[in-house]
Write a protein that binds this ligand. Structure first.
Ligand SMILES: Nc1ncnc2c1ncn2[C@@H]1O[C@H](COP(=O)(O)OP(=O)(O)OP(=O)(O)O)[C@@H](O)[C@H]1O
Length: 353
């Protein structure tokens, strides 16, 4: 559906030196997929997503969307190809002098649809995004979430099969973000719309994406399906994003700063446990006690449901000596629970990733 091969986008800085905004990026997005691109500011996300509809021409590399080699298209063919690629933005980019209806009508102005067909289409789109009652309102009379819904209706006017979302929820509060993400998911499912989302928030990725690519300094440093990336992130930056999407950082802060921790660690072991999948509903904590006489104190627990799969993290204190710890680790391994020892981190006082 979308295939980017060895894309470079090179700008010149004020000293005329080359700046690689995108550096040898290759990725492919399948039909009907929701693909997230996550990275901090300046990583190259916006530049990369604009390459997909050729708002940004790549300096080097091939862009194929809907079977079209975008760079090779003539002007008119490119215009037609772009109609099948909708786009929404962080600040909505609505025309303030036009009503909600007028904004959604705008992309239909040069189509062959009759006036009545346009009306029907717009009414249908506004109903879809839940804004039928606001059709005669101006953007200034709408909330941020409502403005983004108008932008979505406008982006869908030409029946695209790809929707690009450039930080589409970054200007919205968490509740509105949820409702926009829910709408995007509905569009994906009902219209089989392929969606590419760029964001700096892993929370957004976790919520609706099937796959994710992590960008840093213009490059994709890690990509894969969402469950593998969340359960086993390889790159430090990916781990950092994931930890920030849960409240584990705060948990570490309070655990490592707790006045009685040093005392406890004299004869107990601090571990982080991670598991993926339903088979961990087994009562492993009581089994640990029964089989090995090991007592477990849970200091933190978090369970995410990602693509219907539980992905869990626990920070625990286990009683016992080093032999007990080895027994516990082999027990966890047998149950496909991964274990990281944390005691030494306390001495290093360097626990943040
Ligand atoms: N037109 C331009 N001319 C020169 N440099 C540019 C241009 N556009 C982007 N850049 C540079 O390319 C790099 C990537 O920018 P880009 O906007 O794609 O990053 P981003 O990950 O989307 O960041 P943000 O979330 O802040 O928008 C940055 O270093 C930026 O300064």
């Amino acid at each position: 559906m979308i295939k980017l091969s060895h894309i470079d986008v090179v700008f010149k800085d004020k000293h005329k030196q080359p700046v690689y905004a995108v550096n040898d990026v290759s990725l492919s997005v399948d039909k009907g997929e929701i693909f997230g691109i996550v990275g901090y500011s300046g990583a190259g996300k916006s530049t990369l997503v604009r390459v997909i509809n050729l708002l940004q021409k790549p300096t080097h590399g091939q862009v194929v969307v809907n079977g079209n080699d975008m760079v090779a298209l003539g002007e008119r063919e490119l215009r037609n190809a772009r109609k099948k690629i909708g786009m929404i933005f962080q600040h909505f980019n609505l025309m303030n002098s036009r009503t909600v209806y007028g904004n959604v009508l705008y992309p239909l102005r040069h189509t062959s649809l009759s006036k009545l067909e346009k009306q029907q289409k717009i009414n249908q789109l506004l109903e879809f995004v839940g804004l039928s009652e606001k059709r005669d309102f101006y953007p200034s009379q709408l909330s941020g979430g409502q403005k983004q819904r108008v932008a979505i209706a406008r982006a869908l006017a030409n029946d695209p099969n790809v929707l690009l979302c450039d930080e589409a929820t970054s200007a919205l509060d968490p509740k509105t973000t949820q409702s926009i993400l829910k709408l995007l998911k509905e569009l994906n499912q009902k219209l089989n719309l392929t969606i590419v989302i760029i964001t700096h928030e892993m929370q957004v990725i976790k919520e609706i994406c099937d796959k994710v690519a992590v960008m840093q300094h213009g490059q994709v440093i890690e990509q894969g399906d969402i469950v593998s990336i969340f359960s086993c992130p390889k790159q430090a930056l990916t781990q950092d994003f994931i930890r920030k999407a849960s409240n584990i950082e705060q948990a570490y802060d309070s655990i490592f700063n707790h006045p009685s921790l040093a005392e406890k660690l004299k004869d107990q072991h601090l571990l982080e446990l991670q598991f993926v999948g339903n088979n961990h509903f087994s009562p492993f904590i009581s089994q640990l006690y029964h089989h090995y006489n090991i007592e477990t104190t849970i200091l933190y627990s978090n369970l995410e449901i990602i693509h219907d799969l539980p992905v869990g993290t626990l920070i625990v204190l286990l009683s016992g000596d080093n032999h007990t710890l080895v027994d516990a680790e082999s027990f966890f391994n047998k149950h496909h629970i991964s274990v990281s020892r944390l005691n030494s981190l306390q001495h290093e006082n360097n626990y943040s990733i």
